[in-house]
Ligand binder design. Structure first.
Ligand code: F6P
Length: 327
């Protein structure tokens, strides 16, 4: 039997996501339960390279379960993309006596973590934390449910103005190249049309659809746009559509409002499950895996099965949205 792990570090990396704090808390509590020290790494991989690592105390994780963001801070580090940068980070971890690492973040962060693990042998358990929900090997990533609900609340609010003024609105949501937020918030928010990054909708089709709706008596409409590769793309789309159908329109880019705020219960519970499972996995000798949840079961998948394998939306959801938008 191997020597028991003594010190586990936790780091948040890449874009923050609501529920990361609940996850850090879960990692700490699971560590205390198992008699292991938990260390926090500040500012993502940047802080790891700088050795900004401290022992988490009980009071550090008090009253954070409901807070958005991450108490550890986060970053997107260029230096960590180099072997030299990762070596510096590894040296810091070894110096602090860290035996295992829990990494909360998205695909880009997992790539870096995978290299670190391969180059140094340090066992790493990754936890999916991104509002984009684009990570393979889990039904949902931490932060997605909250982001959808924030987007939905915004759509509901915009609807009041759309109805009052009889206006056409374009509401752009985050998600990078994944359309999960657009699909869920669009369907739940009763959008008249969804412009999905991975769909085939064209401006031409959108115009015809809106004209047909307005001919049938509709006097306002909300179009939800997935930002895709070009945040702000909805300004161009709105301009084209307004010119073509001769109707004024307004654009609202929800942007980072979707990343902040108090996590939903679903995100907190997911964070709790994955955080505790990650600690247990390290203590059971696992490494080089991501912990996720599929059909309500906690599952572990090797990095090679999840990294770079973007989860895509269910095409049946796009069909559903078209039915509901009144085609
Ligand atoms: O990956 C999360 C995400 O919020 C994407 O949805 C968005 O495109 C991107 O991050 C924005 O990144 P930044 O915070 O660096 O502007």
């Amino acid at each position: 039997m191997g020597v028991k792990m003594q010190r586990i570090a936790v780091v948040t990396s890449g874009g923050d996501a609501p529920g990361m704090n609940a996850c850090i808390r879960a990692v700490y509590r699971a560590g205390v339960y198992a008699g292991v020290e938990i260390y926090g790494i500040r500012r993502g991989y940047t802080g790891m390279i700088d050795g900004d690592i401290y022992k988490i105390q009980r009071h550090d994780v008090g009253n954070i379960i409901h807070q958005g963001g991450t108490i550890l801070g986060t970053s997107r580090s260029d230096e960590f993309r180099t072997p030299e940068g990762r070596q510096k980070a590894a040296d810091q971890l070894f110096e602090k006596g860290i035996d295992g690492l829990i990494l909360i973040g998205g695909d880009g962060s997992f790539k870096g973590g995978n290299y670190l693990s391969e180059e140094t042998g340090i066992p790493i358990i990754a936890i999916p934390g991104t509002i984009d929900n684009d990570i393979a090997g889990t039904d949902f990533s931490i932060g997605f449910d909250t982001a959808v609900n924030i987007a939905l609340e915004s759509i509901d609010r915009i609807r009041d103005t759309a109805i009052s003024h009889g206006r056409l609105f374009f509401v752009e949501v985050m998600g990078h190249t994944s359309s999960f937020i657009a699909l869920e918030a669009g369907i739940a928010g009763g959008a008249a049309y969804l412009v999905l990054h991975d769909g085939h909708q064209e401006v031409e089709e959108l115009c015809l659809h809106l004209e047909s709706l307005f001919t049938k008596g509709k006097h306002h409409a909300i179009v939800v746009v997935a930002e895709g590769d070009h945040p702000g793309c909805s300004f161009g789309i709105s301009k084209q559509v307004s010119a073509r159908i001769k109707m004024e329109s307004r654009v609202c880019v929800l942007g980072h409002t979707q990343r902040g705020g108090s996590p939903t219960s679903r995100d907190r519970v997911l964070a709790a499950k994955l955080g505790v499972s990650a600690v247990n996995a390290l203590l059971n000798g696992q490494g080089g895996v991501m912990v996720g949840e599929i059909k309500r079961e906690v599952v572990f998948q090797p990095f090679s099965d999840v990294i770079g394998k973007q989860q895509t939306t269910d095409p049946r959801m796009a069909v559903l949205s078209r039915i509901l938008t009144g085609f």
